[in-house]
Design a protein around this ligand. Structure first.
Ligand SMILES: Cc1ncc(COP(=O)(O)O)c(C=O)c1O
Length: 390
């Protein structure tokens, strides 16, 4: 039977990249000794107070349909947090609650872009962006960000990529997989470009609370950006709440209304007990996000320290996030081969970072998503495997 052209636009190599992760999970389920570092979801559970709030709401009968765009107390908290973070003055009219940041990205894409449009995205880019952008009919124009510059944005390349068809820039700061948090200067230059060419900016800030070195800057707070920015975030990374599927978009009020219309025919709102849990998470935010940031920083330092002198490998400390990028270019092998070899021969699953874009060929993305002891064991296995490559 005939399918729509959408299915080809949402398929492809980015989806295939998850195969190693699926196989690693299957091997772990069979009881094999695999250390799964191929996903951005840590081994520790969501904060207990959050889980208890969700459970209490469920027990109290919070099992019905809710407000499609999110309950007022939650949207008020999100608006307050956003405003405190980047300085953009917003209220709950600017906020829609979504099923994770991913849903917010998708909704933004469909409400902003269409066939014939071009969307600029720094590459390497988060795996889902391609399908998210292409689902709208627009084409994604990657703007390479090279390892030689520490994966920092090449502003000239970004400027050169703008055409009359450019509709939007999608960016992630801090970035997955590179861990780069864009500086105020870089964001100001992007903002100037967006204003000059009347572009939207969709700013994915799910790792905002995980900046170790430097500061997080939200582009929405910069001059001229308030009417052209959609800020996307969630509790998945900051609060280890990936399974709650709770995120949001902060957008101009008119756009937020259209996004609400799309959610009406898409998810029909986030579960009420999840929204109650999200209120608890935001009330406890400073303490929780501080603890989680400290934990990832410690894991980052542990891994970068243990891998510092492994022949054939470099492990520069990322500025932010929950991943390290292992540079295996010195092996002369494709990173996919190293990733599969590491999984099959050493029982450590990481992602071939090339899946995030050709600029990351020769890198592996390793998640800091198991405890210190398992991370240390993963590092020992990586050392042995690298030695076996000669
Ligand atoms: C850059 C980036 N954006 C969005 C997401 C999706 O987050 P959520 O779980 O909130 O949908 C992820 C998840 O890994 C991510 O790394």
């Amino acid at each position: 039977m005939k399918l729509s052209s959408l299915v080809t636009r949402i398929g492809g190599s980015r989806v295939d990249a998850w195969q190693i992760h699926a196989q690693a999970n299957a091997a772990a389920a069979r009881g094999e000794d695999v250390i799964v570092l191929s996903v951005g979801d840590p081994e520790f559970a969501a904060p207990q107070a959050v889980t208890e709030r969700a459970a209490a709401a469920l027990r109290a009968g919070d099992t019905h349909y809710t407000t499609i765009i999110g309950r007022v107390p939650l949207r008020e908290r999100i608006a307050a947090r956003h405003q405190a973070g980047c300085g953009q003055v917003v209220d709950m009219r600017h906020v829609v609650v979504t099923s994770g940041a991913q849903n917010a990205l998708f909704v933004a894409s469909l409400c902003l872009c269409e066939a014939g449009d071009e969307v600029l995205v720094p590459e390497p880019l988060y795996l889902t962006y391609e399908a998210t952008v292409r689902a709208s009919g627009a084409s994604l124009v990657p703007v390479p960000v090279r390892p030689e510059t520490g994966f920092r944005l090449d502003l000239d390349a970004l400027r050169a990529a703008v055409t009359p068809r450019t509709r939007a820039i999608f960016l992630a700061t801090p970035c997955n997989p590179t861990g780069v948090a864009m500086s105020r200067d870089e964001l100001q230059a992007i903002a100037a470009l967006a204003v000059a060419h009347d572009l939207w900016v969709v700013s994915d800030e799910v790792y905002a609370s995980l900046v170790f070195d430097g500061e997080h800057v939200g582009i929405a707070g910069l001059d001229g950006m308030t009417e052209r920015t959609v800020t996307v975030s969630s509790l998945s990374k900051s609060h280890a709440m990936a399974g709650f599927r709770l995120g949001w978009a902060v957008a101009p009020a008119d756009l937020a209304r259209h996004m609400g219309n799309l959610l009406l025919c898409m998810t029909y709102g986030a579960p009420g007990f999840v929204q109650e849990a999200a209120c608890q998470a935001l009330d406890d935010s400073d303490a929780v996000t501080g603890e989680i940031r400290t934990l990832y920083r410690r894991r980052r330092d542990l891994v970068c320290g243990l891998l510092a002198d492994v022949p054939g490998l470099r492990c520069p400390a990322p500025q932010a996030g929950m991943f390290v990028m292992l540079d295996v270019r010195a092996t002369g092998l494709p990173s996919s081969e190293v990733a599969w070899g590491l999984f099959r021969q050493a029982g450590v699953s990481v992602l071939d970072a090339q899946a995030f874009g050709p600029s990351a060929e020769g890198f592996l993305r390793m998640g800091l998503v198991v405890d210190d002891e398992r991370l240390a064991e993963a590092c020992r296995r990586i050392r042995r495997y690298m030695a076996s490559l000669g």
